[in-house]
Structure formats: structure tokens, C-alpha cells
Ligand binder design. Structure first.
Ligand code: ARG
Length: 602
């Protein structure tokens, strides 16, 4: 049962897949035909299509220069240089209703100006058919996202918060792309810490079975107290170590106490998830435990496991320490569990992409696990092929002092406190804007929550995840600049423009028509149309900040449009209201993917 199954090879390239929303892919298809016609002797040249940075067009094809250096000097090649190759690529581009005009610039860039009628029609089509039609199409069916994953009885800290926020977004983006996602909470529920926790529980509560969280109080304090005992009392330490063995061999009383402790922790974690609106399914380390011996045996039979200093290890090329899969005392560790969980996810759950979200400190661990799995033949040789595993690392959360984020008394910040403060502060800001008089208490509460929690999430997601980021309430709750507050208010304002027009957008969608004649309308329209390719990029490269940047620019483009183009009462009212609606729809989908609740009035 534990034989390594041969990895099926599924192409990573989503290129073959039809994707109605993705402009870049649509153009790449056209350029593919053109490249085939331009250099028939050179098939399989991947078209390099990118959005233009300069003003010559909307998209450009960058193949001419590379192609030239490949083919120059060959017999039968008549081109005199890269610009000529560019000209030929342009000439061979098939007719398409999406293209208005083309030109060749500089050393051979082929610039494309999109047809604004085509653009307008496609935005309108999205409004009618729904934004789902702009969803990326990935070539996999199922993925695991392993995220959040705090440790039982230890604190769930800001690192776990980052993992929760980033993992949730990645899972949502994959789900939006029609991938079935197994959202896994790989909680640390099987460590050696349980020996001391259980013995301490027995000592403090002889009737431990009736014990609940109110009796234990703070599980973290309980952990600390028992750790103190463990460190100073040799007899207790001895008992605790034996308890680990008794637990792992399945002794009933020990299993019960363990389950009790896990349950109390779970309830605490769930409160945080509930507030953040994050869903995930717990399959902790203990779940994989029964499968470990079989997996290690299979790896041993493959000749991968070696003896080293009493431990059993897997050596990995290029890394001077081996991956320990059985400790010298015969016990299993973090790596044994991760190898087994990976095996399980590939073979039992049939996941094609397995994504792990932890701080960058664990990068080497995952690197070793993935490489060991590759040695075992669990993954194809080509890294671009599925099934594959990816580690999504992130940096530290820093306090305003530039050091690791802590409370004043240098304790770990409790996540509940953090979320409370975000909400309290955003509520105060709303009251200051006079909303207490305008809104019901419930509206005030809900908006304060959406804005406060949204601000915490967005501040985390907008940075490149690998960099450390500074946790700063004042900054994240600022209503100007690149913050969730600014974006949520912008969305609410668009909704209010539509409301005040008194028009029914459902009707307008069907009967009205979008035109993109004003330059600022066109810029906004193009940006809207780029949603599909941006989500696909953010999702394939596991980079939520790419979507944040898109959302921020969308808001900026809208603002420019709105200040230069009169909407209500103008001759173009219908078209412009539809553009407002399309912007709101795209913004809401971005918010949804980022785990932020939209606000409709402000
Ligand atoms: N519990 C670990 C921690 O708090 C994270 C687990 C990540 N997932 C995994 N499969 N190792 O650091």
C-alpha cells in the first residue's frame, strides 16, 4: 500500500486551456500563429506577451530580438535584423476583432492597441455573464493548502496569523480558479510537550475528565507552569517523558487527557478563525502518525534511508545535514510527520499541488522534505510539472521599534486582543465621522469589524510576503494611501454613486451599452479587463500582493475617471454607470479573494 506511485505528468502550462477573460493569453494565441508563420522552421517558440509600460500600445510582443539571435546566419533567413523580424511578426498576425492597430518600435517590439469596442463589449459581457467567466483556468483539479497550523497549548502568534491570512487568500484564489482545495490545519498536536502537559493535568485535576477550559483557564499559562515544573523537577521530567511514550502507545487515560487538552486549544483557535471568517479543516500531526511506519519502510526499501549517528536519515544532495526521519531514540519527529503527510496527500487525497504556508525560517525543512520526496520518485523530474509541492514563506511581523512584534511586557501578542484593537480603533474613526448618529448600532459594529479586520489582513497581504512587515495600527487604519480603509471607502462611494442615480443596473446591463471614448474611461476599462490575468499570476506564483496592487491601481484609475468624467446627468450616463458597476463588481471579487468583507455605504 505504501509503494511510491509514479507521478502522473500533467502539464503545468495552462496555455492550452481556453480562458475567455485572459487578454494576455488571447493575444499570446494570436502571436503563436504569427510566430509559426514567421519562422516555420522553428516551432514551439513561446510567445512573450506583456502589458505595455510605455504609451505605444496596450500590449507588446517581445519575441523579435531573441528570435533574431537564434536564427541569424541560418540559410534561407532573409531578415536583416530584429526590427525586420518584428515587422514580419506584425504582418503575420491574424486578423482579430480585439486588435485596433499594431506597430513596431525600437529593436522590434510589436505593439498592439486593443479595439475599444471590443473592450467595451467584453466588460459588458462580464457584467451579464458574471465575473466567474473571468476566472483563471488551471490544469489541476485538487490542491492542498496547509496553513495556519498553530501548536496545541502553545500560543497562536502573529506568525500563525500571517499564515492564516496568506493561506486563506491562496486557497480562495485557487477555488475561484475551479480547483478543489483541501484547506488543512496541520496543528502541532503530537509533540513531546504533551507528556508534561498531561502529567501536569493529572496532578492539578485528579478528576481531569470533567475539566474544561474555565477550570484550566488560560492554556498558555498552563503550558508555562508545566514547563517550569519540567525544567526544575527531575522526577516530574522523568514522569513527563514516560507519559509521551504512554500516550503514543495509546494508553486510554493518556489519550483522553490529550484529547481534552486539544479540545480546549481548538476552541480558542476557532474563535480567531471565526472572527477572521476563515474556514479550514483540522488534520493535525497526530492524524498521520499511524501511517508513519509504513512510509518509512517504503523509503527504506527504496534504499533512501541510511543510518547516521544512531538515527535514520535521508541524505539530500547539496545540503550538508540530512533529513532525520527516525530519531536516535526511535521516536518520530516533525520531518517524519511531514514526509508522511506529503505521501498521504499525494496518494490518498490525490492532490496535485501541495502548498505549505509558514515563515521563511522553515524553508530548509520543506526544501529537504520536497527533495527527499523527489528522490523517492513522488514528483516528476521537471519542476514545472504536477504533482508538485511549494513552500510559501513569509517574513517576520515587526513592532514599531523594528524588533519582533511583542506586547509592552514583551509577551507574545494575543491575536484576539489584536483584532479587538483593530475593531475598536476603526469604530472610533467611524464615530468621529458622525456615523453613530446616522447608522444603527448593528451597522456601526459590522462596518467597524469589516474595516478593522480588513485593515489587518490587507496590511499583511499588500507586501511581498517574503519581506518582514511592521505592524502599525495608525498606518493600516489610515483612510488615505494603500490601505483597506481607503479601498473599502472607495467601493462604498461607487455604490453610493449608483444608488443616487436612481437607476437599476440590472436593467442597464441588458439594455444599455458601454463606450470607452474618453481616455480615462479607456484606461479604467483596460484595467478591468486585466483582472483575469492578474489573478492568474497571483495564483500561479502564490503572490497575494500582486492582487493587492491591482486593486489599489483599480481604485486610482476609478478616481481619475470619476473626477474627469461626469457620470450622473451626463449624456454618457448609462455607459458610465455600467463602468461604475463593473468596477464595483471587480473590486468586490478582489475583496472576496483577499478575505475582506466589502462595505456598501460610508
Ligand atoms: N505547527 C508548525 C508551526 O507552528 C507549522 C506547521 C506547518 N505545516 C507543516 N506541514 N509542517 O511552526
Amino acid at each position: 500500500a505504501f509503494a511510491a506511485t509514479k507521478a502522473p505528468s500533467i502539464s503545468t502550462m495552462a496555455a492550452e486551456q481556453e480562458n475567455v477573460g485572459n487578454l494576455k493569453r488571447k493575444l499570446a494565441k494570436l502571436f503563436q500563429l504569427s510566430l509559426d508563420a514567421t519562422v516555420p522552421g522553428e516551432p514551439d517558440i513561446e510567445p512573450q506577451v506583456a502589458a505595455c509600460t510605455a504609451k505605444f500600445g496596450d500590449y507588446q510582443c517581445n519575441n523579435a530580438m531573441g528570435l533574431w539571435s537564434k536564427i541569424k546566419g541560418r540559410p534561407g533567413i532573409e531578415f536583416r535584423g530584429p526590427p525586420a523580424v518584428g515587422q514580419a511578426i506584425m504582418k503575420n498576425l491574424p486578423q482579430s476583432e480585439m486588435i485596433e492597430s499594431c506597430s513596431v518600435a525600437g529593436p522590434g517590439f510589436v505593439n498592439v492597441v486593443l479595439s475599444k469596442n471590443w473592450m467595451a463589449q467584453n466588460i459588458q459581457k462580464m457584467l451579464v455573464d458574471g465575473i466567474e467567466t473571468w476566472a483563471p483556468k488551471l490544469s489541476i483539479k485538487r490542491a492542498v493548502v496547509d496553513f495556519s497550523s498553530p501548536n496545541i497549548a502553545k500560543e497562536m502568534h502573529v506568525g500563525h496569523l500571517r499564515s492564516t491570512i496568506i493561506g486563506d487568500t491562496l486557497a480562495s484564489m485557487l477555488e475561484f480558479s475551479n480547483v478543489e482545495v483541501l484547506r488543512r490545519n496541520h496543528v502541532g498536536d503530537w509533540g513531546t510537550q504533551f507528556g508534561m502537559l498531561i502529567e501536569f493535568l493529572f496532578e492539578k485535576f485528579p478528576n481531569f475528565e470533567d475539566v474544561n477550559e474555565t477550570a484550566i483557564g488560560d492554556l498558555q499559562a498552563f503550558y508555562k507552569e508545566s514547563k517550569q515544573r519540567f525544567d526544575v523537577d527531575a522526577e516530574f521530567k522523568d514522569r513527563a517523558q514516560k507519559a509521551v511514550v504512554r500516550l503514543q502507545s495509546g494508553e486510554q487515560m493518556y489519550r483522553k487527557a490529550w484529547a481534552q487538552i486539544c479540545e480546549i486549544s481548538r476552541r480558542e483557535f476557532d474563535q480567531v478563525y471565526q472572527r477572521l471568517g476563515v474556514h479550514l479543516e483540522e488534520k493535525g500531526e497526530s492524524f498521520y502518525n499511524p501511517h508513519i511506519p509504513g512510509v518509512i519502510e517504503a523509503l527504506t526499501n527504496q534504499g533512501l534511508v541510511e543510518e547516521s549517528k544512531g538515527a535514520r536519515v535521508i541524505f539530500i544532495e547539496g545540503i550538508n545535514i540530512p533529513l532525520i526521519v527516525v530519531k536516535s531514540d526511535g521516536g518520530y519527529n516533525y520531518a517524519s510527520t511531514d514526509m508522511t503527510a506529503l505521501w498521504y496527500r499525494l496518494n490518498e487525497e490525490k492532490a496535485e499541488w501541495i502548498i505549505y504556508v509558514t515563515d521563511v525560517g522553515q524553508q530548509q525543512h520543506f526544501d529537504m522534505v520536497f527533495k527527499a520526496a523527489k528522490r523517492a520518485g513522488w514528483f516528476p523530474a521537471d519542476d514545472r510539472q504536477y504533482p508538485k509541492a511549494s513552500h510559501v514563506g513569509f517574513g517576520l511581523v515587526l513592532g514599531e521599534d523594528g524588533k519582533r512584534f511583542r506586547t509592552r511586557s514583551s509577551e507574545v501578542v494575543r491575536l484576539a486582543d489584536l483584532l479587538d484593537e483593530a475593531k475598536t480603533r476603526s469604530k472610533a474613526a467611524l464615530i468621529e465621522r458622525g456615523k453613530a448618529a446616522e447608522w444603527t448600532e448593528e451597522e456601526l459594529e459590522q462596518t467597524a469589524e469589516a474595516v478593522g479586520y480588513g485593515a489587518v489582513k490587507y496590511a499583511d497581504l499588500k507586501n511581498n510576503r517574503l519581506t518582514n512587515y511592521t505592524f502599525d495600527f495608525d498606518q493600516m487604519l489610515n483612510d488615505k494611501g494603500n490601505t483597506a480603509v481607503y479601498l473599502l471607502y472607495a467601493h462604498a462611494r461607487i455604490c453610493s454613486i449608483i444608488r443616487k442615480s436612481g437607476k437599476d443596473t440590472e436593467e442597464l446591463k441588458k439594455t444599455g451599452k458601454i463606450v470607452l471614448d474618453h481616455a480615462d474611461e479607456r484606461v479604467l476599462g483596460l484595467h478591468l479587463l486585466q483582472f483575469a490575468e492578474v489573478v492568474e499570476e497571483a495564483c500561479s506564483n502564490l503572490l497575494p500582493n500582486v492582487l493587492c496592487e491591482y486593486l489599489y491601481n483599480l481604485s486610482e484609475n476609478f478616481t481619475r475617471f470619476y473626477s474627469n468624467c461626469q457620470v450622473v446627468g451626463s449624456a454618457e450616463e448609462t455607459s458610465r454607470l455600467l463602468l461604475c458597476e463593473a468596477t464595483a463588481v471587480v473590486m468586490r471579487k478582489c475583496f472576496f479573494l483577499l478575505g475582506i468583507k466589502p462595505v456598501y455605504k460610508i
